[in-house]
Design a protein around this ligand. Structure first.
Ligand code: F6P
Length: 323
């Protein structure tokens, strides 16, 4: 059966490049005489029938805009049986024959649930956490890294002047990819991630002592949000090393701003691919990228995959932080 009207939603934490996906989906649909209905606030919009027409002219200039014009939300109601049924009914009522769902694993789980009610979909990975197993890269990660790096470069100037220790908390509740990339890029002395247990004496105190022997007076410690207690770690740094330790939480600033080239281009390619998959009748897929090539996986299979911290990256960070 052919498709005519595709519903498009962005869900979960926003990521720079989501708007570029929206543009790519709308433009690809336009080129193929398909209709796109934008669904506002993720799965909430499906439950409440909160939708907007997305004509090709509505997406002009969107490639470079941060955030998502469709808005996004986390939607607890959608995880209930009632919520799911309401969402499926809205799709039928609005004549939506398939969905493109942009977000992370939670978003794809929602898409999988809907597929069991005969609403097929394609997922596009977008999250600054870059923690989606079926793809090497998720839209938004590179821009978020650069935002954090820019902030830390500024922070370094003042911390260096005062000879302090900066503990910088970056996002990543369950994943340390952002922390590791940013840590390597700013030359952090220590990177703490949720995937590894840390030992204060080994990972911080000992390093500080050794570096001080070599004359270092300023230290940067990157802490992924999921490690928790950044304030307590700072107190411990003060107590055990005598350094003046300060905490900076970068927070949601990492999710905002204009997407960079990598995110604009990846979003554009993935958005086009998502529409074409549906046109080819390839349903319930998640788009991924490996070695620069687009791929796609069955949603169920994609959700079953695991993505750990990249060991070589973590090791590179560890080796380079010595001294
Ligand atoms: O989008 C992923 C993420 O930024 C995580 O790194 C973070 O833990 C979470 O979202 C925060 O979500 P919220 O904005 O809903 O508080």
């Amino acid at each position: 059966m052919g498709i005519n009207r595709i519903g498009l939603l962005t869900s979960g934490g926003d990521a720079p490049g989501m708007n570029a996906v929206i543009r790519a989906v709308v433009r690809t649909a336009y080129a193929n005489n398909l209709e796109i209905l934008g669904i506002r606030r993720g799965y909430n919009g499906l439950i409440n029938g909160d939708v907007m027409e997305l004509g090709h002219e509505t997406v002009n200039g969107l490639t470079g805009r941060g955030g998502t014009i469709l808005h996004t939300a986390r939607c607890p109601e959608f995880t209930t049986k009632d919520g799911l049924l309401k969402a499926a009914k809205t799709c039928k009522y609005l004549g939506i024959d398939s969905l493109i769902c942009v977000g992370g694993d939670g978003t794809f789980r929602g898409a999988l649930d809907l597929s069991k009610h005969d609403i097929p979909s394609v997922g596009v990975p977008a999250t600054i956490d870059n923690d989606i197993a079926c793809t090497n890269y998720a839209i938004g990660f590179d821009t978020a890294c650069n935002t954090a790096i820019g902030a830390i470069d500024r922070l370094r100037d003042t911390m260096q002047s005062h000879e302090r220790c900066s503990l910088v908390e970056v996002m990543g509740r369950n994943a340390g990819h952002l922390a590791v990339y940013v840590g390597i890029a700013v030359g952090a002395n220590c990177i703490l991630v949720p995937e590894r247990t840390f030992d204060f004496e080994r990972d911080i105190a000992d390093k500080v002592r050794r570096s001080r022997i070599h004359g270092r007076k300023h230290f940067i410690i990157i802490v992924a949000e999921g490690v928790g207690n950044t304030g307590e770690i700072a107190d411990q740094v003060k107590e055990e090393t005598g350094l003046d330790a300060r905490v900076t939480i970068l927070g949601h600033i990492q999710r905002g701003g204009q997407p960079n080239a990598r995110d604009r281009v990846t979003a554009s390619r993935m958005g086009r691919h998502a529409v074409e998959l549906l046109m080819e009748g390839r349903q319930n897929r998640v788009v991924g990228i490996k070695d620069g090539n687009l791929q796609d996986f069955d949603i169920d299979e994609a959700l079953g995959m695991k993505k750990g911290l990249q060991e070589t990256m973590y090791e590179t960070a560890r080796i380079l932080s010595m001294g």
